[in-house]
Design a protein around this ligand. Sequence first.
Ligand SMILES: Nc1ncnc2c1ncn2[C@@H]1O[C@H](COP(=O)(O)OP(=O)(O)O)[C@@H](O)[C@H]1O
Ligand SMILES: [Mg+2]
Length: 412
Amino acid sequence: MRILLFTGKGGVGKTTLAAATAARSAERGEKVLAVSTDPAHSLGDAFGAALTGEPREVELRDDAAAGPGRRARLHAAEVQTRGLLDEAWAELREHLRTMLLGAGISELDAEELTVLPGVEDLLALAEVHRLAESGLWDTVIVDCGPTAETLRLLALPESLAGYLERLFPTHRRMVRGLLAGVAGSENVDRWDSVADALGRLADRLQALRDMLLSADTGVRLVLTPEAVVAAETRRTLTALALQQIRVDGLVVNRLVPHPGSARGEAASWLRTRRKEQDDVLAGVRAATELPLRTVLHRAAEPVGAAALLELGDELHAAGDPLREAASAPAMELGGGGRALDSEYTLRLALPLHDDADVDLARIGDELAITVDGRRRLIALPAVLRRCTVVGAVAGDDGLVVSFRPDPEQWMR
Ligand SMILES: Nc1ncnc2c1ncn2[C@@H]1O[C@H](COP(=O)(O)OP(=O)(O)O)[C@@H](O)[C@H]1O
Ligand SMILES: [Mg+2]
């Protein structure tokens, strides 16, 4: 089963291309689910069908096509997170609140701590996971909404898991003992049920993380051939690489048709516009080795069966839209040597743009890498935990961090 996530800047054509890709795969005979997690859903509009939170069958027919006509059957849904703020979640929050109050944390702080950030986003992702795990579909295509939201969504399972771990470390017994001292024994029983609920939450977060990092999950970035959008796309590539999420391709939408040798004002406008777009496209091609597809700007809005099937042709001709192998997120350990003379390198394949702002810090056994304000913690391989960072070089192929053994780290 493959999961393909479509994202990109607002309005570039994510929904349209997700729908066309889904139509194309379904026409080839795959069992396809197209699902929108964008709170401002428009997947139903693209298909010309009313959608709800539960997948329903959508039949796309183009009887006007040559020959016997074209037909694609698939399922589609628009996730309704409001309805998903389920009892389980409310119960966990209540448990937590009681706990924190019991442990002497004031009412206000307890409220703040239990309003977990991004709960709705997380539920949307959990819903995709639930649908994907049902085993009913070969391919799940997700219309994710704008990049900023999507990056937050994709980072959530990990950041929440970290948050959870910091608040309530896995060593539950220790916390239990600690609590008996602070909160009195009647609260310890309550702690056990909270600990169970937290354990289940941690398991669910891990399952979501596994889904996102799976080799069968990939992001397809949609952009338009404009300098501003291309620049944002490069930052998004870095941010996704930081999270070790695979990107399996780029789609450049709304390329204006080339006027050929036509004359006149309109042709001249198109020629100028296309020249600019081609320049931006060349820049994007030079910056990445990812497969890149282009789609022409249509005169008419591409909605409904015929338009989507035809768009699917332009995108994937006779090929399989899912053939592209998602590129592996790379983290390579190199170097070596003897005892104190050894030097190691950790190469992180981050596509850094020229003026990327990179910051490194060692936090315990983790390396905190911040690029343009986005931070990620990378658990260091065992051999590097006894070393200190002695340098870092940012280049075209990413970031190379060098380490040297440090006896002081061994003593810790
Ligand atoms: N290649 C195209 N040619 C013409 N119109 C397009 C094309 N791609 C998308 N559109 C139209 O542009 C608008 C925005 O597209 P949409 O797919 O909803 O973008 P997003 O999901 O990124 O916000 C829609 O009205 C859509 O029909
Ligand atoms: Mg959309």
